[in-house]
Design a protein around this ligand. Structure first.
Ligand code: MIG
Length: 791
């Protein structure tokens, strides 16, 4: 073997050659470094479906120092040391702390089947991410593949699932880094399943090409990773309301009945989905006129009663001559091809079908044109299912590996493209809908994804089941997606396959209130799932929680807007907020999560337990439902130090508020097109570093990008016997709906002696001795306002 080594300076990095292997180390920013390997000297074209062309990083000067047996590149934040005789990499931070170390004897292998790389793993290292893998939040002790699969009736541990998000975060003693392995081929990740000394990843083709993202704060890793691959844009407000789906509402009459029932019973809801049976013969972009005779009128009528219509539009196109999308696709050569140049045809819902080759811009544009009629009708969202792609009656459930795709002219096969079909499918749909209605925020829901799909579509965890364990799996799957840059996510509330017991559906509905997307869905042949189907007691509880979702919308929308700017997910791992609390990396922390900056949710997710313990993070906490301070019993019981025992009844879900929070809430509405009537409530939970914010805009246009939004920063500060609450001058030019604030200060020890608003004493305040809260009004103003409560 040729073992000549050479080192070359390149812009923002270095190139180290060992024999025929070339390693390029390039810093995108002082804390983000890309590692690329060419096993046979040449790198070839540099393409990515995920990484943004312009992530806005400012590339640093990198200093390269040749130290004989090793060469070091310094970015200012990191030292990257490459051993010249093995190309093993070691990463240190500016303080000289070891962060990452390749396995020194075999850092990587290249074989005809692909390649693999190994890195040292320490005993106290934990791994998070890789999207919605259905195991514990900590992915350690598990091994995974990435190969998008229609995993119908998946179970705990089923792998692979529908999505490939090859990003993970390592956390060790509170310090985090991330690795994004940007490879679309079938890949694998091993976190100590076979070996406790090394973790490993590799792929069956493509490039060994990954990005190292430094923390040390876990939040910083997620922020930087999401800057690299792009963030989820601010969704339209209605998508944060309650969503009702089922496979399928079979007729217009049934849709009118169900939606009418919600309004009659005053159960708030925003979205009604149409699954595959609204179509003629399951052919996409058609309407079954026998069962949906006045479809256009129905969409209009639904709109008038505050319903948004979302239609499923699968990617497969029935191979039936005379069916326009098929004829056009054939004529223009838009479909995925067999190696012999004929169109690949595979059976799916409509029978033998062809598949648009979404990796071509021309095809994406054409696909988009097919949405014109629906968009004109006022359909507000589209659901791209089956886009792994799923193909029936095949052992591999998908296309053969040798079908031909064309990436803007470059021909390649399914091995490279399979994992990005979903991404390219929703990219086409999103861009089309945006082009058809340029000032309306599109809503697209996808099942399959690759990193990057979060820019175009929300997602859900596919065909889960109506069991308690699946409700529990809602947590590690959604938080797993969130930490992987995919924040706008739901699960089928109630469970897709099978029929939930009334209690399970009620519990899951409560949990739905505290998920990023609150969507109830059910498989064909399972029982009805609408909130009222189990009698008045269950209905009342479910209604209460759906109503709470609507009251909490200002907080949820404000948090989603923050997510769109930072990438920090709405529903998040405890350790994102509490990296220095070592308990938050333990598996016992996995039954709880943070919802936004201030709320901690700890649902009951196991059926046969006599309660369970929640880990209480440092500081003071309040019960969200009662406003009462959480009292820990640790004096009486050492075992319970820092823990709270919970045993919620059927009509309860434990939610806590961090002291030092201000939570905006609104009066109840029946859907998001209704304007709330009354003041915006600001619930003040005094404590250190007391903060909150409120964001509002028209909820559907891109006006916010032109300054048409309202943002108010909120804060509070206690000193001696007084509490000061400040609402900073509003940013943006949007006029929000509220005319005043109703300020509710919880944890007020006694009745205030005075309350002053903007320097003037007011008499009109109310003290609730039992709830220990003070309530008073503050008029809305774009200028800064201030209130002082004196005890
Ligand atoms: O082969 O459209 O995951 O949500 O209801 C099943 C029918 C196809 C799978 C989706 C599910 C949807 C169903 N689809």
């Amino acid at each position: 073997m040729d073992t000549q080594t050479a080192v070359k300076d390149i812009p923002s990095g270095m190139e180290v050659t060992l024999g025929r292997v070339v390693l390029r180390v390039v810093a995108l920013s002082p804390g983000i470094v890309r590692f690329r390997y060419a096993p046979n000297s040449t790198f070839g074209p540099d393409e990515s479906f995920a990484v943004l062309k312009d992530s806005g990083f400012s590339t640093p000067e990198v200093k390269v120092i040749d130290k004989g047996p090793e060469v070091v590149a310094q970015t200012g934040e990191l030292s990257l040391v490459v051993n010249k005789s093995s190309l093993a990499v070691t990463v240190y931070d500016a303080q000289g702390r070891l962060i990452l170390m390749d396995r020194s004897d075999v850092p990587f292998t290249f074989t005809p089947e692909g390649f693999q790389t190994w890195k040292r793993m320490s005993e106290d290292e934990h791994f998070y991410g890789l999207g919605d893998k259905a195991v514990s939040e900590d992915r350690r002790q598990h091994g995974f593949s990435m190969w998008n699969t229609d995993a119908v009736m998946w179970e705990e541990s089923t792998d692979p699932l529908y999505k490939s998000i090859p990003f993970f975060m390592s956390v060790k003693a509170g310090n985090a880094y991330g690795i994004f392995f940007d490879n679309t081929f079938r890949s694998n990740f091993q976190f100590g399943k076979f070996n406790d000394e090394y973790y490993s990843f590799g792929a069956t083709g493509g490039k060994l090409n990954y990005y190292f993202i430094n923390g040390p704060e876990p939040k910083k890793v997620v922020e930087q990773y999401s800057a690299l691959i792009g963030r989820t844009p601010l969704p339209p407000l209605f998508t944060l309301g309650y969503q009702q789906c089922r496979w399928s509402y079979m007729s217009e009459a049934r849709v009118r009945e169900v939606t009418g029932e919600f309004r009659k019973r005053k159960i708030p809801a925003d979205v009604i989905y149409f699954d595959i049976d609204y179509q003629e013969g399951w052919r996409v972009f058609t309407i079954n006129r026998k069962t949906f005779p006045t479809f256009e009128q129905m969409v209009k009528d639904l709109g008038q009663t505050g319903w948004k219509t979302v239609l499923i539009t699968d990617l497969h196109i029935a191979a039936i001559p005379g069916y326009k999308p098929y004829d056009e696709g054939v004529k223009n050569g838009y479909f995925v091809k067999n190696p012999d140049g004929t169109n690949f045809i595979g059976p799916v819902w409509p029978g033998p079908s062809a598949f648009p080759d979404f990796t071509r811009a021309e095809v994406r544009k054409w696909w988009g044109s097919l949405y014109a009629d629906f968009v004109k009708m006022g359909v507000r969202g589209f659901w791209n299912d089956m886009n792994e792609p799923s193909v029936f009656y095949r052992a591999d459930k998908t296309m053969p590996l040798d079908v031909v795709h064309s990436v803007e002219g470059r021909k390649t096969d399914h091995r490279e493209i399979h994992n990005v079909v979903g991404l390219e499918n929703v990219r086409a749909t999103y861009e089309a809908v945006l082009a058809l209605a340029p000032d309306v925020r599109p809503f697209v829901l996808t099942r399959a994804a690759y990193a990057g799909a979060q820019r175009y579509a929300a997602t859900w965890t596919g065909d889960n089941q109506a069991t308690w364990n699946h409700m529990r799996l809602s947590l590690p799957t959604v938080t797993g997606l969130g930490v992987s840059g995919y924040p706008f996510v739901g699960v089928d509330v109630g469970g897709f396959s099978g029929s939930p017991t009334p209690d399970l559906l009620t519990r899951w509905t409560a949990l739905g209130t505290f998920l990023p997307i609150d969507r109830n869905h059910a498989a064909m042949g399972t029982r009805d799932r609408e909130p009222w189907v189990d009698g008045p007691e269950h209905e009342a509880i479910r209604k209460k929680f759906i109503e709470e979702r609507y009251r909490l919308l200002p907080y949820i929308y404000t948090s989603m807007e923050e997510t769109s700017r930072t990438g920090i997910p709405l529903m998040r791992l405890m350790l994102l907020e509490y990296p220095d609390d070592p308990r938050m990396t333990l598996r016992e922390a996995e039954g709880q999560y943070m919802f936004g900056n201030s709320l901690l949710v700890a649902p009951k997710v196991k059926e046969f337990v006599d309660g369970y313990d929640m880990l209480v993070p440092e500081g003071t906490w309040f019960d969200y439902w009662t406003g009462q301070r959480v009292e820990l019993k640790e004096q009486d019981n050492k075992e319970m130090k820092g823990k709270l025992h919970l045993n919620p009844k059927l009509d309860e879900i434990p939610v806590f508020v961090r002291a030092g929070s201000i939570i905006p809430r609104q009066p109840l509405v029946q859907n998001t097109s209704e304007t709330p009537n009354g003041p915006l409530e600001l619930r003040v939970y005094p404590g250190p570093n007391c903060r909150g914010s409120i964001y509002a805009d028209d909820g559907s246009s891109f006006g916010y990008k032109r300054g048409d939004f309202y943002r108010g920063q909120l804060s509070c500060e206690s000193s001696g016997n007084s509490l000061k609450i400040a609402i900073a001058a509003g940013e943006g030019k949007y006029v929000p709906w509220w005319k005043s604030y109703s300020v509710v200060v919880v944890d007020s020890p006694k009745a205030p002696s005075s309350v002053a608003v903007n320097g003037e004493a007011i008499r009109d305040f109310h003290y609730d001795a039992k709830g220990k809260s003070v309530t008073f009004q503050v008029p809305f103003s774009r200028q800064a306002s201030e209130a002082v409560v004196q005890y």
